[in-house]
Design a binder for this molecule. Sequence first.
Ligand SMILES: *[C@@H]1O[C@H](CO)[C@@H](O)[C@H](O)[C@H]1NC(C)=O
Ligand SMILES: *[C@@H]1O[C@H](CO)[C@@H](O)[C@H](O)[C@H]1NC(C)=O
Ligand SMILES: *[C@@H]1O[C@H](CO)[C@@H](O)[C@H](O)[C@H]1NC(C)=O
Ligand SMILES: *[C@@H]1O[C@H](CO)[C@@H](O)[C@H](O)[C@H]1NC(C)=O
Ligand SMILES: *[C@@H]1O[C@H](CO)[C@@H](O)[C@H](O)[C@H]1NC(C)=O
Ligand SMILES: *[C@@H]1O[C@H](CO)[C@@H](O)[C@H](O)[C@H]1NC(C)=O
Ligand SMILES: *[C@@H]1O[C@H](CO)[C@@H](O)[C@H](O)[C@H]1NC(C)=O
Length: 458
Amino acid sequence: MAPLHQSVSFQLLSLLSLAPHSWVTAYDYTFNPLEHLGRASPYFEPRDVQPSSPSTPQGCTVARAAVLSRHGAINVNDDDFADWIQPFLVKFLNHTSTDWSSIPSMSFLANHTSPLTPDSEPELLTKIGELEATEFASKFAERYPNLKTPSKVWASSAARTYNTGKAFASGIETADHPIEVVKVNEGLQDGANNLIPWRACPEYREVGIDITEPFREKFAKPIKARFNALAPEYNFTTTDVVGMMLLCGYEAAIQGNSPFCSLDLFGPDDWLGWEYADDIRYNYDAGYGNYVAGPIAFPWVNATANLLFQETAEEDMYVSFTHRTLPSMSLAVLGLFNNTAFVGSGPGINESFPLDRINPHRAWRTSNLSPCLGNVVIEKLACQGSYGFDDGEYYRVLVNHAPQAIPDCSEGPGASCSRSGFEALLQEKEELYYGFSEWCQVDYDNSTDILTFYQHYP
Ligand SMILES: *[C@@H]1O[C@H](CO)[C@@H](O)[C@H](O)[C@H]1NC(C)=O
Ligand SMILES: *[C@@H]1O[C@H](CO)[C@@H](O)[C@H](O)[C@H]1NC(C)=O
Ligand SMILES: *[C@@H]1O[C@H](CO)[C@@H](O)[C@H](O)[C@H]1NC(C)=O
Ligand SMILES: *[C@@H]1O[C@H](CO)[C@@H](O)[C@H](O)[C@H]1NC(C)=O
Ligand SMILES: *[C@@H]1O[C@H](CO)[C@@H](O)[C@H](O)[C@H]1NC(C)=O
Ligand SMILES: *[C@@H]1O[C@H](CO)[C@@H](O)[C@H](O)[C@H]1NC(C)=O
Ligand SMILES: *[C@@H]1O[C@H](CO)[C@@H](O)[C@H](O)[C@H]1NC(C)=O
């Protein structure tokens, strides 16, 4: 006689096969590596855990808005190229003893010609990056039909940020309403008054890449073992693995797709490991784990809030382009995506990024926060007749088009923050972070703690 459990499961099985199709809601598992690429992510609008509507809340109109955006997709970042991609390409192009075509998951390597070569010039905005910036401008204009087209757009002076500003401007300027792209200097002695203030801050250090090393080695280990079982002569190293993963992102930024993104090569777990490694890294480089992040980004948050608070202002939309660091740090100033915000007296921010395993519940996810063209928008809302809310002025933050409730200040329509609440938040942050020059221990004597370039530049 068959054991009992066997016949029970047999009955269950036959029940299942008789059930109408809708009896079980099928969970279609899909995975797109391009949404888990960390620093090499092309632009996308992530589906938030809390999918709040980006529409303006009922009864409100957007009276003014400010946006701080990372530049658009580039062919390759200089450090990513020098540290990982170039070494991989040099080794790969020189390697002849493996017949790639006989390894199914790697057969593309037999014929692959990367748009990047060991002699590539890094940091160029790609055609796709340019088009996306142009499209971003028209989407932005559609989102805010009652705001007047800006007369100026600000961009830090590097080619990729400035050209992103240019491409954005070209998306909405007209012959009778040209847009000036103001090139804001990326100086080492400009204090807080620019769009890349970390460069003028001697205390700022990019420690993330080293802190991440144990986890990078951990996630790369099974990948190397798998690859080396397939191609023993190649001796895949962590540098090769990271180089290939980065090539997925950058080749996609150049030509729309890349065989390095195939899930036959790197599976979902590989990408989730890679993504987490970048979240650790940028926590320490540009987030809560960097003690000068607040002092560096507070001047932008404060200046921007004050532009929005004013009765009247020159622009209805203040648009600025920079590198990934400033938008990320600004999120930390606003208290958003704080891993520990909802665990009370639980672990500290650094403990919430263990180096021996993934923290799947973290809020700080680089792919979602700072893909290329990743942006933070602060809206000033004028609300009247929003049922159940007081009439008045409110402030709402959107990150890549997804509204984000500011911790302790989300009592308004659409989880926005009242003007008095937003003022109180700024006051609190000013007390914590005021004093760029002192925090940064600047070694030049003409520094400034305040960002003023929106009013007058230079
Ligand atoms: C190229 O390959 C040859 C033969 O395997 C090796 O001796 C040489 O060191 C390699 N050169 C580089 C730059 O990797
Ligand atoms: C490589 O290209 C050649 C010539 O186009 C083709 O015959 C071959 O099938 C390709 N190999 C692979 C593995 O794609
Ligand atoms: C300080 O002086 C240097 C050298 O003239 C200049 O480049 C920099 O912009 C100045 N900084 C400020 C904050 O004005
Ligand atoms: C493989 O590469 C590693 C790292 O560069 C090196 O230490 C090791 O000796 C290499 N192994 C072989 C078999 O070439
Ligand atoms: C997290 O670690 C960094 C780097 O070691 C350190 O500077 C920072 O103060 C730590 N942050 C917290 C909140 O402990
Ligand atoms: C914040 O903005 C106010 C109003 O413009 C200004 O008076 C103050 O100095 C600013 N503080 C910082 C640290 O930017
Ligand atoms: C992050 O959240 C924790 C827990 O609520 C809080 O103590 C901490 O101040 C927050 N960090 C920042 C920089 O807002």
